[in-house]
Design a protein around this ligand. Structure first.
Ligand SMILES: C[S@@+](CC[C@H](N)C(=O)[O-])C[C@H]1O[C@@H](n2cnc3c(N)ncnc32)[C@H](O)[C@@H]1O
Length: 346
């Protein structure tokens, strides 16, 4: 395929994804077409055994290119990230109309999925990219794709590196830090370590995307959940779950508050104790960890909208009615995530 044909196709797909009104059918078709286009240009056979292999890093797991490429299919995730990134680019442009918005994107996967569509909306004088990825196959794929779109003028730098210990060269300056190396409940992958490492080296005005990720201990009422999910009436309230105060938060304030402490080997996030009132426990049947993601401003990924926001079940309250809450602590290391100890009434 010629690069002008590829660019034309990308432009049609981008318009369909970013259209004003969300239409899941149109979105699904556009995302499928985007995946086919990127796969074709990448020239990598994702079914080869090595492309399913994850890389174990000191700060978590870097999922293999096959799995990273499949993230695209998480429709509302892809849609909302793109909407949020678009809004963030516009914000940077409105503040600095005469220079490009520069995005440092880490964990690009093989396709740089979340920013690539913007090449069809902006010129290189309006958008510049710095790309970080630890998997060599994904780096090769990225290079092929950039060539396929004849897009090298958009690319400031590509680094094959571990972003959780990467030192940003002083010559680089970005307006937006985009990190998407995560699973639900910030489990297993190095989203937290990468965000702390990179954001603390960047200028104060940097826009972090996702802007906020919060984890909660959540009570879930299964009956109400089923009713909500099967109700065709759209006005039904989403009242099947109740969140605690956040038990872990990742955003710019949190990072800047403890970025110096974070660098010390002995650094630990605090342990948080959460208990629920008896009546609330009696009115619900599950206790879970839930994830809420603000991508940018009012663009959020809410419970169950994406694989990233599916609750992680901790306990069944009907089977274990003595549970009153949990002690939780976000822990770093080769398998990051929340450790939790259930608390019971005496
Ligand atoms: C969940 S995938 C997301 C892919 C892509 N961002 C998307 O949204 O479709 C995470 C990607 O981050 C990469 N990654 C994980 N840890 C990394 C690290 N420490 N430094 C650089 N890349 C990393 C993985 O190799 C993988 O390609």
């Amino acid at each position: 395929m010629t690069s002008s044909k590829a660019k034309k196709k990308l432009s049609e797909i981008t318009k369909a994804i970013l259209r004003e009104e969300l239409d899941l059918y149109i979105l699904k078709n556009a995302v499928t077409e985007l995946k086919q286009l990127l796969e074709a240009l990448s020239g990598i056979n994702m079914e080869a055994q090595q492309n399913s292999e994850n890389i174990a890093l000191p700060t978590g797991k870097a999922i293999g290119p096959k799995w990273a490429g499949m993230c695209l299919e998480d429709l509302l995730r892809t849609y909302k990230f793109m909407k949020g990134i678009h809004a963030a680019i516009k914000t940077v442009h409105s503040k600095n109309p005469k220079r490009p918005a520069t995005i440092l994107y880490t964990g690009t996967g093989p396709y740089a999925t979340l920013i690539l569509p913007f090449l069809s909306l902006y010129k290189p004088s309006q958008l510049q990219l710095i790309l970080l990825e630890v998997n060599p196959v994904s780096i090769k794929s990225l290079m092929n794709i950039i060539k396929g779109f004849d897009a090298s003028k958009y690319v400031n730098e590509i680094y094959h590196c571990d972003a959780s210990n990467f030192s940003i060269p002083p010559k680089l300056d970005a307006d937006i830090l985009l990190v998407e190396c995560m699973q639900r409940a910030l489990l297993h992958e190095p989203q937290v370590a990468i965000t702390y490492n990179l954001l603390s080296q960047m200028k104060k005005e940097t826009i972090l995307i996702p802007q906020n990720i919060s984890l909660y201990l959540t009570l879930i009422n299964q009956k109400k959940k089923t009713k909500y999910q099967t109700e065709t009436e759209k006005a039904v309230p989403m009242d099947f779950y109740e969140n605690s105060e956040a038990i872990f938060t990742l955003n710019k304030n949190e990072v800047l508050k403890s970025s110096e402490e974070f660098k010390k080997e002995a650094f630990q996030f605090p342990e948080i104790e959460t208990t629920f009132y008896k009546e609330k426990l009696q009115n619900n049947d599950q206790i879970a960890i839930t994830t809420e993601i603000t991508i940018f401003e009012n663009i959020t990924l809410n419970i169950n909208e994406s694989g990233l926001t599916i609750p992680l079940l901790l306990a069944d309250l009907e089977q274990d009615p003595t549970i009153i809450g949990a002690k939780t602590q976000y822990t770093l290391g080769t398998d990051p995530g929340l450790t939790s100890k259930l608390m019971r009434s005496l």
